[in-house]
Design a protein around this ligand. Sequence first.
Ligand SMILES: [Cu+2]
Length: 168
Amino acid sequence: MELGGGFVLCVVLLAAVVGRANAAIYNVGDNLGWNVPSSVDEYSSWASRHVFTRGDVLTFNFETEKHDVAEVRKEEYDECSSNDPIEKSNSAPWNTTLNSTGEHYYICTVGSDCSSGQKLAINVAAPSPTTPPSPPMLPTPRLGNSATLPTLSATLAVLVSVAFAVIM
Ligand SMILES: [Cu+2]
């Protein structure tokens, strides 16, 4: 009975890990990190190479003190102004989870970095309906493995008997 309870707990933990594995983590700019790019459209071309889904995480890697990152609205993104950022961080790395679908805008507010191209606009899609949600995944590993449970118990019983025999 105790073994069964532990087993179910393991399956639940495993399902949680598998469920979380669906979320992607993006290192913004890849090797460039979060910096002033050599061309102004570098971040838009980086963004166009990825598909962002709600629940994914963006990681902004930059030199603290030299740059920062602010999530802003479209108007501020277009004008490179940061009077009223939605969120802002001065220390790197900054991780942000994409909790809502639609457009997300990020800029660096230091000097003229934003005008020089240190700005990122992405579109976040809803998770694909073909992706199975975590709860229905539970029965599969549970059924598959529960068949081996009696064998496991038998093995354990043999081991315990051997241990007792050695002690006596
Ligand atoms: Cu900057």
